[in-house]
Design a protein around this ligand. Structure first.
Ligand SMILES: Cc1ncc(COP(=O)(O)O)c(C=O)c1O
Length: 144
């Protein structure tokens, strides 16, 4: 299986070479402030302009913009570590919906010159993800 995904390592190397590698860092958001590496700063990378993402849930989890932009609430990291351990995997990644999972995973793994054999009745998220990948798509009718 590893050799099939060797291109991922080479792409990652290229991305790192140009300092374009993005990594999530833990942060804690409280109202207009964000704490990163023990420093509390005014959060100017929030998309929560109206302040409606205030923590109302008992776990006090708050994410005012993308995890890559405003930092990663540690509760996500902890859950992902637990899920990875539970599934005996190196790591895991939580997506907010099934739609976003298909879009994110397929458009990342499938490349322009790949061939995708896609069932005619596939979910819209799979169809859109394949389109995003720019791969060749062959529609199959596997329904009985
Ligand atoms: C195969 C498949 N993929 C993706 C989705 C979308 O999931 P979500 O509603 O969590 O975005 C669905 C929803 O029914 C589905 O059946």
């Amino acid at each position: 299986l590893n050799h099939k995904f060797e291109y991922i390592n080479s792409e990652l190397k290229e991305i790192k070479k140009y300092s374009l590698y993005r990594k999530m860092h833990d942060s804690k958001i409280a109202g207009a402030y964000i704490t990163v590496n023990s420093k509390t700063l005014i959060n100017l990378c929030s998309n929560d302009y109206l302040g409606i993402a205030q923590p109302k849930l008992s776990n006090k989890q708050n994410q005012s913009s993308s995890r890559l932009v405003s930092g990663n609430d540690s509760s996500f990291r902890i859950l992902e570590e637990k899920l990875a351990k539970h599934k005996s995997q190196e790591s895991s990644l939580i997506f907010p919906t099934g739609y976003m999972t298909n879009l994110g995973v397929i458009s990342s793994l499938v490349r322009k010159n790949d061939l995708v054999l896609s069932d005619k009745l596939n979910h819209a998220s799979l169809i859109e993800a394949c389109k995003l990948s720019k791969a060749k798509i062959s529609i199959l009718n596997t329904s009985i």
